[in-house]
Design a protein around this ligand. Structure first.
Ligand code: NIG
Ligand code: FE
Length: 436
């Protein structure tokens, strides 16, 4: 007896279907990065929340007829683009307050590190996060995550790191855990106590590091509050040596290392990421060639954050071509945070990668989906449109992903599919008052 195939959702006549398929199961690097696995006039069949089949619409029509399958819901997407739901592998979404005044100070010439070392920056947000209760932090974070979802982000990583003391870090990670249960977006959490030295430990950084290692990390791991452990390795923040100690302690407890590496100065972050076996090293503008080569050897994914450099008014951006030639796998993220990039939109990140890093649009889509999924360890089940993976999709207006990259400043997402459920994204103009 042949198995009865059920199909709940059928997307057909898709002008450009970017599958971002990576059959070898490895993050895309080199020439593979330039191939988004595009199917023109494509179709996707979804069954029980997962991708059943993809291909050209004509072939899928034949498959449906041959097997007498009648999908429950059909969408004709001619003129539209479908990509895997975006994966944002680096965010600091769980925060309160905003720092537009610091942004204005940067425009006037003050630097990011100068502002941080004068008690602003991360320490500014820290005051908001420590003083807010769980419920309010949850509702502010949930609103941001929902907005990202409406812009096509179906999975994201969220870091703690604005509380820094035990209570505020645990509060933040519990917000992430509650969101993981309630939001349609897949959420993975990262403990980032090593985001800055909190003010009460200004003259006792060793003690703060001991607190993380002996108290917070074991608690976070015991209660499964995070999957990753991240350190801001930067001049005047944490040294590579301190980072190594903190990440090694996390590893002992099962937390996978990540590194904010060589963002503003070259300080051994990329080398540390390779040495410690990090899943990703992020930022990397100032990374040494040796560090990048070590990353390639160890399979560490490089996460590019062009929006951060843009918002920091940088004149230079991560050298995509160099990384590609070196064979380093590159992913893309927003770095959404109130200090260095107040932006939750992966479509914007794609536009910035293309315009500022000269990334070809096909590569930018791979970086924002399958490679981003690798950077947070979810690529076996998400990040590309391949049979057997969860049906996480972004349906965008415009005839191809080139359009997604080229037209910016508006939301192109019309539908989001998450675990097979279909969401419509609506924005409507409604006249509510007329002056007589
Ligand atoms: O990735 N570099 C450190 N952390 C964030 C910024 C956090 C903040 O300024 O609030 C980043 O850019
Ligand atoms: Fe960051």
């Amino acid at each position: 007896m042949s198995k009865i195939v059920k199909c709940e959702l059928y997307l057909k006549n898709i002008s450009s279907l970017a599958t971002c398929a990576n059959p070898d199961g490895r993050p895309k690097a080199g020439a593979a990065l330039l191939d988004a696995g595009e199917i023109k006039n494509g179709a996707v069949l979804v069954s029980e929340g997962k991708i059943l089949k993809t291909g050209a619409t004509a072939a899928i029509e034949k498959y449906l007829a041959d097997n007498k399958i009648a999908p429950e819901k059909e969408l004709d997407l001619s003129g539209m683009t479908v990509t895997p739901g975006f994966v944002d592998p680096h965010t600091h979404m769980a925060f309160a307050g905003s720092r537009e005044n610091e942004f204005a100070m940067r425009v006037e010439g003050r630097s990011y590190l100068e502002i941080l070392n004068a008690g602003g920056g991360i320490l500014n947000t820290l005051r908001y996060v420590r003083n807010i209760d769980f419920k309010e932090l949850y509702s502010q974070t949930a609103a941001r995550v929902e907005r990202a979802f409406m812009h096509g982000t179906t999975s994201m990583e969220i870091k703690s790191g604005y509380g820094l003391d035990f209570d505020a870090e645990i509060k933040t990670l519990k917000v992430c855990r509650k969101l993981a249960g309630k939001s349609p977006c897949t959420i993975v959490a990262t403990y980032m106590g090593a985001h800055a030295i909190p003010p009460e430990y200004k003259d006792g950084r060793g003690e703060y590091i001991d607190l993380m290692i002996n108290k917070v990390i074991p608690y976070v791991a015991r209660h499964a509050l995070a999957k990753f452990n991240d350190v801001f390795v930067e001049s005047g923040v944490f040294t590579a040596q301190e980072g190594e100690k903190i990440l090694a302690a996390g590893k002992k407890h099962g937390l996978i290392p990540k590194v904010h590496a060589d963002e503003i100065t070259c300080c051994g972050g990329a080398e540390l990421a390779a040495r410690i076996g990090a899943i990703s090293a992020d930022h990397l503008l100032m990374a040494s060639d040796r560090g990048l080569e070590m990353m390639r050897e160890k399979g560490v994914v490089a996460v590019a954050l062009p929006g951060t450099l843009y918002s920091l008014l940088s004149k230079t951006y991560l050298d995509f071509e160099k990384l590609m030639k070196k064979g380093v796998a590159i992913a893309l993220a927003t770095d959404a945070n109130p200090g260095s990039n107040m932006c939750i939109n992966m479509q914007t990140a794609i536009n910035q990668a293309v315009c500022l890093m000269k990334v070809p649009p096909a590569a930018a889509v791979n970086m924002a989906t399958i490679n981003a999924a690798h950077a947070i360890g979810i690529a076996a089940e998400r990040g590309s449109i391949e049979a057997g993976k969860f049906a996480d999709l972004a349906v965008l207006e415009g005839p191809s992903y080139n359009y997604t990259a080229y037209s910016y400043g508006v939301n192109h997402v019309k539908f989001v599919v998450k675990n097979g459920a279909l969401y419509e994204v609506k924005s409507q103009l409604r006249k509510i008052w007329r002056k007589k």
